[in-house]
Structures are given as C-alpha cells and as structure tokens.
Design a protein around this ligand. Sequence first.
Ligand code: PGA
Length: 255
Amino acid sequence: MNKKLIIFNWKMAPQSLGEAKRLLTYNLQLTTNNKNIEIVICPPFVYLLEASSVVGRRSLVKLGAQNVFWEEKGPYTGEISVKMLKNFGVEYVLIGHSECRKYLNETDEMINKKVLSVLKAGLKVVLCVGEDLSVRRRGKKAVENYIKKQLEKDLKGVLNLKSKILNLIIAYEPIWAINTGHSDTPRDALEIIKFIKKILVASGYALTPKVLYGGSVDSKNIAKFLEHSEIDGALVGHASLKAGEIKKIIQKYRY
Ligand code: PGA
C-alpha cells in the first residue's frame, strides 16, 4: 500500500494560541515514524510561526498553509506570499478551497495564478475541486464535466513548468459534503477520483497522480475511503480539531 496523505485543515480555528499549541503538541505525540501515513497540518496563518517551532522542520508532521497570494511581493494588504510560507517551513499549500471560492470570490483565474506561483517555488499544491449539489443532482456525467472544466482552468500553463509537476495533488471535495456531516459514499468518490486521475494522466500533468477525498471525513468513515488504493489520502476539516477524532484517525494507520 502506498503511503496515504492525511491533511488536517483547521480552517478559522482554534481561537487562541494556547489551544493551537495544545493541538499541535497532541498531533506530534500521536504521530510516530510511520510507513502508512503522512500527516500535514494546515493551521491559520497566525499560528504558522508557532507551528513551525513546535513541529520543527524535520518533523514527522508536515506543515501546510490554507491559502497564499500569487505575487512574490508588493502592496497587497492582507495577503501572504509563497516565500513567507517557505520561510516558516511550509511544504503544502491548499488552493481553490470551495470556501475561498465562495466567501472570498476566488475565481479559477486567481486560483490558476496561485497554482503556478506555488509550483514555481517548489512547494506542493493541493488543488481543491468539487461540484455543488445542483451539479450532483444532474448526475455523474455532469459532475465529470464540471470537474474537467475546473481542472482545465485551474491548471492552465502548468505543463510549461515540467520539472515541478510532481508537486501537484488534487483534493476532490464535493461542496455539499463539506462540513455537513454527510460525506460522499466511498464508491461514488472513487469513481470521480478515478476520472480525475485519467484526466491528469491523459493531459500529461502526472504519471502517477495523487488524488485525495475531502468532505466530512472522520474517524468512522476514513478507513472506507482509504482502503481503496486509488484514493491517496483525505482532507479532514472539523474532525481535525477534536482530540478524540485525531487520535482515532492517526492510530488507525499508525504502523
Ligand atoms: P470537513 O471539511 O471535513 O469539515 O467537511 C473538509 C474541508 O473543507 O477541507
């Protein structure tokens, strides 16, 4: 079995540095040298400094960021550059999360610029794609078309960066499954993940693409997704903030 990637997306939580420290330490204590999983934590930007000192650069737990800006430097109020992230030891960057698309009005054009700048800098992109309920209701073909278009727009120009294409990971996150407690079924998610892989290979983005599933993953359902060799990992939101859930998830794949 290939090593599975489990990414913990803390979103806009916790509310204090003390809680963030406790969560980080807890994750570190649970994570052992593990041939089955790689754990990545994506805390809010304000905790990255603390996270990089608690976690350390050669730690078993890797650091991720929840977003980034595409310009290298300049007058961009409120934004964070790829270099700043790199300086904190960040290795993974989530891009195109549906919450950023929805609440920050991120367009595919903006997402594409972010993908290119992160890949150029040599960090790993975790590009989030996924359909909303209205698309899902129209059936599998509609979902496939929707995702195909997202990939085409978000990955435009990536093939010109040949040396960096292995740093591309896709997270399939159906929007209707995020933070709702109703995950997709592993069988349906698997179908779409296989479809995404087919596109990535056929278009030359990757020889052995990595695609994760995200959307209400927790300790009870994670094994049902990850038992499929084609599902390379999970993007976990709300469950990654609960001590009991973190423990069960990590311990399931410990050895
Ligand atoms: P959720 O979030 O696990 O809370 O559904 C997943 C995500 O948004 O990445």
